[in-house]
Design a protein around this ligand. Structure first.
Ligand code: WT7
Length: 636
């Protein structure tokens, strides 16, 4: 297990060291891993043309650091405890040795099906151990995985497959989620109608829902592994070889493929897992995220397994079969660490404390929060009712692009403050700038959150489009990585994330670009134009509010039917997570003379606060504001 920080002064000391001499600091962390060959230089970087390299010329395989490095000590220790959607389905536990065998075997299956180092493999699968097995098998042979959240539509899946030119898709017949069972393979089939790069599809049998198997292309997982050896010699990877691509939404255009590489990602996710959660060998760690998001990559799969940890993997939803399911799982598996999103906490809060009281939660030691700002009420509820006032809450701020947690308390070490991600982790150098890029020094300041020095697991590029990556993250402010988040540093020097300052919205911890939702709405034949904004939502954090201009042909249709059909379109183009909560049909949008939509006004209306709409004199047609305000049922 990695060495860790144990005290607040220890943290302060390590932090200073990591800033004063990042090379020495990361060198000593990286020394604790198994490298086929160590690095010649710790880091080389240039933010201007985005060229960042860590552990240069180091040779390594991340799965050797999960398996070979640990097997001797941990062979019989549970790696994954699988809790199915149906609580009556028996728990499946995979020890490190069993997981190693399954990963090695599946790695051999990938090789036998023509996958080689550098090939891209799309993984579109529910939350079952095979998701982790598929990812690790890719890493074992040096194939680049691109996990696509299984709630995305066929067209979103197709976009991601095509962008990465994936050669293979790994999927399942269906997916259990709460009371529903969802078709998965059928979605893949539809997607593949427009994907010419895919040669093979491996299909896990999960729900036994009938599927069509395409001759020569589709193979059942259970057939593919028959008689295949359970040993595989790991491919030697360069530190900077790609480990995975993960698509995420931004302000503009289609989702981009965030690229993470091998060595730095390995070191950073393992280091942060151990330190933030203060994980100890007997602990049971449960992260409720889906492996389709970065949280699942870094803190269900790589970070914990690199530390020889035991993780719970949960297929279901918090409210099935009943609203006490989370607490039932905590009790059943004696979970010590629960890592979840504020949206889940808020949703469960609505049922009061009775579902909690039915269960013995005394195993809990640490509570984690991730994905969106946590409001004080949810924080207090989590701390007092779930943790009984005994478990530190670690509010971890980070992003798909950062690969690992960036700001967070260290559990039980850093004094916490509700709503605050508190302090940067060792190696992380935040800087707050105003809109002109001037540094806001000292405390009690608020502005744009940037990072001024590289960290090992930072984004290296966006797949297939390096310029886009530079423009998105490194051109807003010279020589800084711009996070897209607003932040406040308070009188104590503590950081509080205020939310996105760009056109990205965060709905139930899911990240969406407003432009992406607009494009989906605009693809409807009756729509002329639309504008989408986020607004505060009690449970989801942010809800989606869409203003839609219909074309004249729409007059023959009922508004309710059109709205319904818009929801269907958005579900089809992106997936159910992008469905607007409110659709307001308007005859125009508040545009400036240069044609720019004044989103500030739309946000105010969506919030229901039109007391001060600010200066609207630059609008082409200021009267449209009155129409929108009254159409929303509001009064100025
Ligand atoms: C955005 C990144 C990284 C894990 C899952 C989300 C928001 C994330 C926090 C937090 C306030 C947070 C930010 C960030 N966010 N964690 N603890 N407090 N905001 O990854 O989908 O890439 O979204 O989520 O706005 O930029 P993601």
């Amino acid at each position: 297990m990695l060495s860790k920080i144990n005290t607040l002064s220890g943290y302060l000391y390590e932090y200073q060291k990591s800033i004063a001499n990042p090379e020495d600091f990361w060198d000593s962390v990286a020394q604790q891993f198994y490298w086929r060959k160590t690095w010649d230089k710790v880091v080389d970087w240039n933010f201007d043309n985005l060229d960042v390299k860590w552990f240069i010329n180091g040779k390594v395989n991340i799965t050797e650091n999960i398996f070979e490095k640990n097997l001797f000590m941990l062979g019989d220790k549970p790696a994954i405890i699988f809790e199915a959607n149906d609580p009556n389905e028996p728990t499946v536990t995979l020890t490190y040795r069993q997981l190693y065998e399954k990963v090695s075997q599946f790695a051999n299956v990938l090789l036998a099906n023509g996958i080689r180092k550098g090939d891209r493999v799309a993984i579109y699968i529910p939350m079952v151990p095979e998701a982790a097995i598929a990812m690790l098998a890719c890493a074992r042979i040096g194939a680049i995985h691109s996990v696509v959240f299984a709630g995305f539509s066929a067209s979103s899946l197709a976009d991601r497959i095509n962008d990465a030119e994936a050669k293979m898709v790994i999927t399942s017949d269906g997916n259990y989620r709460g009371a529903k069972s969802i078709e998965v393979k059928a979605v893949v089939d539809e997607a593949l109608e427009t994907c010419s790069s895919v040669q093979k599809v491996i299909v896990l049998e999960r729900t036994k829902t009938p599927v069509t198997m395409k001759e020569g292309r589709d193979i059942w997982w259970h057939d593919a592994i028959k008689g295949v050896a359970t040993e595989n010699k790991a491919e030697e990877m360069d530190s900077e070889d790609m480990l995975f691509i993960l698509y995420t939404s931004g302000s503009t255009g289609k989702p981009k493929g965030v690229v993470h590489t091998t060595g730095g990602y390995m070191v950073y996710t393992a280091y942060t897992f151990r330190n933030v959660f203060q994980y100890e060998p007997q602990d049971i760690f449960w992260c409720t995220a889906d492996v389709g998001w970065v949280t699942g990559h870094s803190y269900i799969v790589y970070g914990p397994l690199l530390n020889g940890a035991t993780v719970v993997m949960f297929e279901g939803v918090p409210t099935y079969p009943d609203v006490d399911r989370f607490w039932d799982v905590v009790e059943k598996h004696k979970v010590t660490h629960l890592y979840t999103a504020p949206t889940a906490i808020r949703a469960l809060m609505a049922y009061g404390t009775e579902p909690i009281q039915k269960h013995d939660l005394s195993s809990l030691k640490v509570l984690g929060s991730v994905g969106e700002p946590i409001n004080e009420e949810a924080w207090q509820w989590y701390y007092h009712h779930v943790g009984k006032g005994n478990c530190p809450v670690v509010d971890t701020w980070w992003q798909t692009e950062t690969g690992g947690m960036m700001m967070s308390p260290l559990a039980g070490i850093t004094p916490t403050k509700p709503g605050y991600a508190t302090l940067p982790l060792p190696g992380i150098q935040p800087i707050i700038v105003d809109n002109e890029g001037n540094e806001l020094k000292g405390n009690n300041v608020e502005g744009n959150l940037c990072i001024k020095f590289p960290w090992p697991s930072m984004i290296r590029t966006t797949y297939g489009d390096h310029e886009r990556c530079i423009n998105t993250y490194f051109r807003s402010f010279k020589n800084l990585y711009f996070t897209g988040d607003g932040v406040k540093r308070d009188a104590d020097g503590y950081y509080r994330i205020l939310g996105r300052v760009d056109d990205v919205i965060n709905v139930s911890g899911h990240r969406l670009g407003t432009a992406e939702v607009e494009n989906a709405i605009n693809s409807h034949p009756l729509v002329l134009e639309s504008a989408v904004v986020g607004y505060p939502h009690d449970i989801k954090g942010q809800g989606i509010y869409a203003y839609v201009i219909l074309d004249s042909a729409s007059q023959n249709h009922e508004a309710d039917k059109i709205k319904q059909s818009l929801l269907t379109t958005v579900t089809k183009v992106i997936g159910p997570i992008a469905k607007p909560d409110v659709i307001q049909i308007v005859s125009g949008l508040p545009k400036t003379r240069s044609g720019k939509i004044m989103r500030r006004i739309l946000r105010k209306v969506a919030e229901g606060d039109v007391s001060n709409l600010g200066d609207t004199s630059t609008l082409l047609d200021p009267s449209i504001v009155d129409e929108i305000v009254s159409g929303a049922g509001l009064k100025k």
